[in-house]
Design a protein around this ligand. Structure first.
Ligand SMILES: Cc1ncc(COP(=O)(O)O)c(C=O)c1O
Length: 418
């Protein structure tokens, strides 16, 4: 199999050189070239439509990263954008007081999400996970937190600890997805002081294979929270409006006390939520100050209401599961065909192709070569983050992606046989 031709990303690289003189590191966080493959992926995008992206050099990609999660329908989804533009033009969206869409959206969440009774609306996932922890601490009067998964960039949970005094995270203890034994151990030691157990109810640990719950895992965590009087918080920032409208809690039938959501809810507009049981949430109203100039802006509410309307009307999640199931089954068949150490994890709407090899250099080599071939062929997957399928991916887009996966695996297989 011939090696795919390297992309021309000259303009991206030039802009990045300039960016480094203007922004520390050029671009922030998970947008850094090092989070993809240096010299192979574009760094700046120009526009997107549906499931397609075009970078500043004019290269077009069929995209499977979906803005790191919020794009559930597609880029520039006209009905959503039109609703927001109409709101901005006809009524305005930034005022000193709240517009009534807050109530409408809260009522909708109550219909959809098993744990929803009262909701607070914020802007980012990190805002919302941090607010949930503060609410849990205020409600229980306790301080410790057990955590599982990525919960954002704030002091209590960010992985890179630079610039954060230890006292801000010394009461936060980590357990891994599906490791109930570790959580039992932690709770036996710290349970009496534990305010919250916060977890992604679907396993998507950073850079690693995805995990579905082992039988009894989610139920076991729920029981531990009950036993010690800790607030169970589900971080459904990625999974709500992706796996089910009501999130993983609808899919697996275990209900937390608080739920955090964001990303897919508004097809790219900034809005996040902490929603949960009335008794717990009332701590937020009576004891806490949670406020920001931009939290009540109605662009996010309008986008969320319209996105949810489209998703219900067009049965978006069912359709993503249907085409996604067919797609990942065929990916698995390709993995079986080429014995290159590739592994598929996750479920149809969010899945990940990772690599394993007893030799770390071989593992890195195969992974880099596979994803390099894919991006060169115009398919935006990434080696360090799982993929998403959006509503606007057509069967034709997916069959083109399968052809590229087939060829890229054939290339890796030939290269590493030598
Ligand atoms: C599960 C989860 N929680 C929280 C966050 C933080 O959200 P944000 O990046 O909007 O602050 C993310 C972001 O990727 C996430 O995936």
């Amino acid at each position: 199999m011939e090696e795919a031709k390297k992309l021309n990303i000259t303009k991206s690289l030039e802009l990045f050189e300039e960016a480094k003189t203007l922004v520390p590191g050029g671009v922030l966080g998970a947008r850094k070239p090092g989070d993809f493959i240096m010299g192979e992926y574009p760094i700046f995008l120009e526009y997107g439509k549906g499931c397609r992206l075009t970078d500043v050099d004019g290269n077009e990609y069929i995209d499977f990263l979906c803005g790191y999660g919020p794009i559930i329908l597609g880029y520039r989804e006209e009905e959503v954008d039109d609703a927001v533009i109409k709101q901005i033009k006809d009524k305005g969206f930034c005022f000193s007081l709240t517009q009534p869409y807050q109530n409408e959206l809260a009522k909708k969440l109550n219909q959809l999400i098993p744990s929803a009774e009262l909701s607070i609306f914020l802007k980012t996932g990190s805002d919302a996970t941090t607010a949930a922890i503060r609410i849990a601490r205020a409600y229980t009067g306790k301080i410790k937190v057990m955590r599982c998964g990525y919960h954002g960039w704030h002091d209590w949970c960010v992985e890179m600890k630079g610039g954060i005094p230890e006292k801000f995270y010394e009461d936060v203890h980590e357990f891994h997805y599906n490791d109930l034994g570790k959580l039992e151990e932690l709770m036996a030691k710290h349970g009496k002081e534990t305010a919250a157990i916060i977890m992604t109810p679907f396993g998507h640990p950073l850079h690693q294979k995805m995990q579905t719950p082992k039988p009894g895992f989610l139920e076991g965590v729920r029981e531990l929270a009950n036993k010690y009087g800790a607030v169970l918080v589900y971080d459904e920032v990625r999974t709500c409006f992706r796996l089910r409208m009501g999130g993983t809690q609808e899919l697996y039938g275990v209900t937390p006390d608080l739920t955090v959501l964001g990303k897919g809810m508004a097809n790219g507009y900034a809005i996040s939520v902490v929603t949960g049981k009335e008794d717990v949430m009332m701590a937020a109203a009576s004891k806490l100050f949670i406020s920001s100039t931009f939290f009540p802006n109605s662009d996010g509410y309008i986008a969320a209401l319209k996105t949810i309307e489209i998703m219900e009307r067009e049965k978006v999640i069912e359709k993503i599961w249907e085409k996604g199931e067919r797609f990942i089954k065929k990916i698995q068949a390709l993995i079986d065909k080429y014995d290159i150490g590739a592994e598929l994890s996750g479920v149809a709407p969010m899945f990940f192709v990772t690599f394993s090899d007893s030799d770390p250099a071989m593992l890195k080599g195969k992974r880099t070569d596979f994803y390099t071939q894919m991006i060169r062929k115009g398919f935006f997957f990434t080696p360090h983050h799982h993929a998403y399928i959006s509503y606007r991916h057509t069967e034709e887009d997916l069959s083109q992606a399968l052809k590229a996966i087939d060829e890229s695996m054939a290339y890796v297989s030939e290269k590493y046989k030598k």
